[in-house]
Design a binder for this molecule. Structure first.
Ligand SMILES: Nc1ncnc2c1ncn2[C@@H]1O[C@H](COP(=O)(O)OP(=O)(O)OP(=O)(O)O)[C@@H](O)[C@H]1O
Ligand SMILES: [Mg+2]
Length: 319
């Protein structure tokens, strides 16, 4: 198991950004650094954490947890949707099929929740009874289960901008995605979400909501890319006390990034202006939660690989 001591020792040398000699300049996303090698995309999941669309700092072992968990689900869901994963040569590295990204995030939601200004809960609280084309009944409370899961597509904003939730129709109007492509992605997204919900339930968890990204492979196939059912892309709650806490008007116990979001909101930050320092206590607590969810989901205690990451990755990639 990942101990407190191991996490604290790692605070000063987390994986912040990656340079791998021989692979050229990486494309740097908020969390992943990627290198294109022929038809492959080598994705390194760093320890950076983003929330409210900004990078806030690093969390020890987060990259390993995320990469391992995504790989776990990519392997388990191949029968539902084709995906980009080819190989996982290192705990923080995935070798994938390089795709043309589809300009949408397919968000699937099972609950009326969220804390940011763009969340379905904020819209509902503000009086909206239609969200992305879906009717919502009156009288729902925060964290209420939706009658059935809904797909709420989100645009991919330029850097520094916030994504926007839109209906299928609006998305088709704004992008070059065809109806057939949208419907194929929607079918994959719903199939994945239902499977993820079942799997989570068998581990005592609720898969609350999630986002999927899709790409077009070089041979013209739509496939799932990026990450799947990780605590960065998904909300997870503990199932056992959800109902009791919901009825008492309390927040569910979550095992995802929501903990960091909520803590920052309590400190008065909601995504605009300079983000506050995370602080070591929050970083340690977040590391524990990330490790915990990987253990719960895979049933294997997460140890954490403490070897020097650059040398380890170079060796794994035979650079
Ligand atoms: N197989 C793939 N082919 C092409 N691009 C991919 C593939 N898998 C992931 N990506 C892209 O690589 C990037 C991953 O980096 P990261 O997740 O850190 O980005 P980001 O800054 O969070 O952007 P976003 O908010 O859109 O996810 C994303 O832009 C994602 O769309
Ligand atoms: Mg991303």
């Amino acid at each position: 198991m990942l101990t407190d001591q191991t996490i604290r020792a790692a605070l000063t040398h987390t994986l912040d950004s990656v340079d791998l000699p021989g692979l050229g300049e990486p494309m740097r996303g908020k969390v992943r650094d990627s290198f294109v090698r022929g038809k492959e995309r080598i994705i390194v999941v760093t320890d950076r954490i983003s929330a409210f669309d900004v990078v806030l700092g690093t969390i020890p072992f987060k990259g390993q947890v995320l990469n391992t968990m995504a790989a776990h689900w990519f392997e388990k869901t191949r029968h539902i949707a084709p995906n980009h994963l080819i190989d996982v040569p290192d705990p923080t590295v995935s070798v994938c099929t390089q795709c043309r990204t589809m300009p949408v995030e397919m968000v699937v939601r099972g609950y009326l929740t969220g804390s940011t200004s763009t969340s379905i809960w904020k819209a509902y609280e503000g009086g909206a009874r239609v969200f992305c084309g879906h009717d919502l009944p009156d009288g729902m409370k925060k964290h209420h289960r939706l009658e059935r899961p809904i797909i709420t597509p989100s645009t991919k904003a330029e850097q520094g901008e916030h994504d926007e939730s839109v209906s299928r129709q609006e998305l088709l109007r704004r992008t070059d995605i065809t109806e057939a492509q949208f419907d194929e992605m929607a079918d994959y997204a719903m199939g994945l979400f239902l499977y993820g919900t079942e799997q989570a339930a068998s581990r005592g968890l609720i898969l609350v909501d999630t986002k999927y990204e899709f790409g077009m492979s070089p041979d013209g196939k739509i496939m799932l890319i990026d990450e799947v059912h990780t605590p960065d892309s998904s909300r997870y709650w503990y199932a056992d006390d959800y109902q009791r806490r919901f009825e008492a008007g309390e927040n569910p116990r979550s095992l995802d990034k929501e903990f960091v979001r909520r803590t920052l909101i309590e400190r008065g930050y909601s995504g605009d202006g300079l983000a506050p320092e995370l602080g070591d206590e929050l970083r340690v607590e977040a590391a524990k939660r990330y490790a915990e969810i990987l253990s719960v989901v895979t049933g294997v205690a997460f140890e954490g690989d403490t070897r020097e990451p650059m040398a380890r990755m170079s060796a794994a990639l035979k650079l």
